[in-house]
Write a protein that binds this ligand. Structure first.
Ligand code: BGC
Length: 744
């Protein structure tokens, strides 16, 4: 597959087509150049669009403003306007659903590649992986003849309990935008629209249908909006999904401030705003306040707010025809933009190809985080091993489908056990034991999918026979690997988790297995943090993997066996206990009718680092099988004006015996600020491959305007003059060098 890197040059976006094999990517200097900028929605079809609209009846116009099936909005056949065809979602192109209900359509040509979940993609800290992801999914969308992918999901991880943490990227606004932008550009390079969701402040599942989110203006701008803003201004996303919840008293699909004032007037968004499914609550108001298309869940489609009710409102002159035309034209413009109209040749795409599985593999391989590795327990030295106990339901659990929400129907999902079988020599015997059983209290499992305050209740008592079998397997094997964590039935849209405890009795299982075989490696398969301090102390090796796509098991086996040197870094903080994290420490989750984000700008590591609370594993953290030195970090100058760009160079030395990739992270800090500042804020990063014994020079560019804070009084971004410290390290807590600079 060819990858295209878009580079911004001077005033206009110039497309620079670099075709390179994926394996050649990210070899340091190459990634330094990459900036991703999307294509603006053009105006070349405006006259044709005006003409089309002038020929349309009121009913035809309104037919385009709402769902006419589960995943399409209406077209106008007689004028050659097709339906707008949408598909979920963040894990790859969802299977075809019936037109008027959630039941699978039962097709045989809708198998797709299952890609790593958002948290995994963000854990690569690799912008080229994000482009690859988008580009690969974009190809699959076209092969399924779709126009709009309901992805990426980029809400900030505010609480580790969030049911969609696995789908979202990170707790950090900078990493968020740096991953979101290339993904969107890659996707839209394939003549499909990204529908960036869920705009905005949709950071919990609890009460999501009505909760009124209160965020102060500065926090909104600095934490919750930057990735959406970059999606619009840099990636030129063609659509945005309005969220379920309210923001400052108004539902987000009828929120004048968020949709008209910020999205369109301030950011210049030209695309379409699509509602989340059944997130609309009014007719004239939602349209006037910025919504373009209402989508929803089963009920006769003409009963939607933007269907018969809108026809009646238009006939009663409660809304002008000019207002309707505005929305219809936006939709036509994006249809032309992705060549669903206009007769230009459109990307044909391909689906579930070996090349796409390999894209999923590469992302997965870079996403896996090595959290602990005492005495070089990993990689496993197969030569000395005759048998391995593979323990845990998660060794065989599949996650492409599951829970509530968008999954992928796929022909390939390599589980961890299959991955090991694929990669281990036949001489190594695998002793598999399920260990813990995935069991729910049936009464509460029934709640799955209801917007209740809590997720499913698990049965945490171990089954004695299953426990015994696991202990036997561990005793009788040279090494044991326990696959613990969660799965997509447990971590799911529509409910937040109850706590951060390991479910299904895993804690006890792990302790007991560790007691009989000290050579036990713990692998967590999960999308969100768990309280694993005790386990992390006792085990020699701890690995974190995600709902990691079609090739997840192969990628994991390659990491465990050393074919791949791990290079993933946590995209969020792993707290020791839930109450250490900001939304819980401030007792401001989940709220009731309203939720007030009391921690303000101190989300994620900003809280931990400012309040000096030690996390279990910090944001940005992840080990490698080799060791790195970050040396000679320096800025190109001592002082800068506000429109300059700071260029920080650092030498990355690989001081170990294996080639490996390191993520250089640059945080900014301002001690004598007149406003509250986080102790550190991520302002740049770069992933670089360094050969064993070698070194690479890395340059990180930080436009001075990235150092600004949002001043709510003047409604402006303000770069405070004075001294700043740039901190170079490889996690928010492992800072190797400080650089002092001055802003004039
Ligand atoms: C989710 C969206 C999704 C939509 C359609 C909603 O429940 O919040 O993320 O795209 O359903 O499946």
């Amino acid at each position: 597959m060819k990858n295209r890197i878009l580079k911004f040059s001077a005033a206009l976006a110039v497309m620079l087509l670099v075709s390179c094999k994926n394996d050649a990517q990210n070899t340091g200097s190459e990634s330094v150049k990459a900036e991703y900028v999307g294509k603006e929605i053009g105006s070349e079809y405006d006259a044709e669009i005006d003409k089309l609209v002038s020929q349309m009846t009121l009913e035809e116009k309104i037919g385009m403003l709402h769902g006419n099936s589960m995943f399409t909005s209406g077209g106008v056949k007689r004028l050659g306007i097709p339906e707008l065809k949408m598909a979920d979602g963040p894990l790859g192109v969802r299977e075809e659903i019936s037109r008027d209900n959630w039941a699978p359509a039962g097709l045989t040509n809708d198998f797709a590649t299952y890609y790593p979940a958002g948290g995994g993609l963000a854990a690569t800290w690799n912008t080229e992986m994000a482009y690859t992801f988008g580009n690969s999914v974009g190809q699959e969308m076209r092969a399924r003849d779709k126009d709009m992918l309901l992805s990426p999901a980029i809400n900030i991880v505010r609480t580790p309990l969030g049911g969609r943490t696995y789908e979202y990227m990170t707790e950090d606004p900078f990493l968020n935008k740096k991953i979101a932008v290339p993904l969107i550009v890659g996707l839209q390079d394939n003549d499909v629209m990204a529908c960036v969701k869920h705009y905005a402040a949709n950071n919990q599942e609890t009460n999501r249908d009505f909760v009124d989110v209160q965020i102060d203006e500065r926090t909104l701008r600095e934490i919750y909006l930057p990735a959406f803003e970059a999606a619009v201004k840099e990636a030129k996303a063609y659509s945005i999904m309005g969220a379920y919840n309210k923001f400052r008293g108004e539902y987000l699909c009828e929120n004048d401030y968020m949709l008209n004032k910020i999205l369109r007037d301030e950011w210049g968004f030209k695309g379409v705003v699509v509602s989340d499914w059944a997130a609309v609550h009014s007719t004239v108001k939602s349209l006037q306040n910025g919504l373009d298309i209402e989508m929803g869940t089963p009920k006769p489609f003409n009963e939607f707010f933007l269907a018969d009710k809108l026809i009646a409102a238009a006939k009663n002159k409660e809304i002008s025809e000019a207002e309707l035309d505005k929305h219809v034209k936006r939709i036509l413009r994006v249809l032309f933009q992705v060549k669903a109209m206009g007769g230009k040749e459109r990307v044909k795409g391909s689906i579930a190809t070996e090349a796409h599985y390999q894209d999923a593999y590469k992302i997965a391989a870079e996403s896996i985080v090595l959290l602990k590795n005492e005495n070089n327990a990993l990689p496993l030295k197969v030569d000395g091993i005759k048998s391995i106990a593979v323990i845990g339901n998660n060794a065989t659990k599949k996650n492409a489908l599951g829970g509530f929400g968008a999954g992928v129907k796929t022909k390939r999902e390599v589980t961890p056990l299959e991955g090991l079988k694929n990669r281990l020599p036949a001489s190594v015997k695998i002793n598999y034991a399920e260990g813990y059983l995935e069991r729910y209290d049936e009464k509460n499992k029934g709640n799955l999918g209801n917007i209740t305050s809590n997720g499913p209740v698990t049965i945490d008592k171990l089954d004695p026979a299953a426990l015994q079998a696991a202990i036997e397997a561990a005793k009788n094997s040279d090494v044991a690997i326990i696959f613990a964590g969660s799965n997509r039935d447990y971590e799911t849209e529509a409910s937040d988790r109850r706590d951060l405890k390991l479910p299904f009795g895993q804690e006890e299982l792990i302790q007991k297995v560790l007691a009989v075989n000290p050579k036990t490696i713990v692998v967590m398969v999960a999308g969100a943090p768990f309280e694993i301090e005790d386990i992390s102390k006792k085990t020699t090796a701890l690995v974190w993997t995600w709902f990691n796509g079609s090739e997840g098991g192969n990628a994991l086996a390659d990491v465990l066996l050393g074919k791949v040197n791990p290079s993933g870094k946590l995209p969020w903080t792993m707290p020791k206990t839930l109450n250490d994290s900001p939304a819980h420490a401030t007792n401001s989750f989940p709220g009731d009718k309203a939720v007030n984000y009391a921690e303000g700008i101190l989300v994620g590591y900003r809280w931990f680092d400012t309040k000096n609370i030690a996390p279990l594993y910090p944001f940005g953290y992840g080990l490698s099988y080799t060791t790195f030195g970050l040396e000679k970090a320096k800025a190109d100058k001592e002082s800068y004006t506000t429109d300059e760009t700071i260029s920080v160079s650092v030498e990355v030395k690989n001081t170990g015996k294996t080639d490996g990739k390191e993520v250089v992270q640059l945080y900014a800090s301002k001690s004598d600020s007149k406003v509250t500042r986080a102790a550190k804020e991520l302002k740049g990063f770069k992933k670089v491959l360094v050969k064993s014994g070698g070194s690479e020079n890395v340059t990180i560019k930080v436009p001075v305007k990235e150092l600004a804070y949002y001043d709510a009084a003047s409604k402006k971004w303000v770069v405070e003059p004075g001294k700043y410290t740039l901190k170079v390290g490889n996690s928010s807590r492992d800072i190797k060098q400080d650089i002092a600079i001055t802003i004039k």
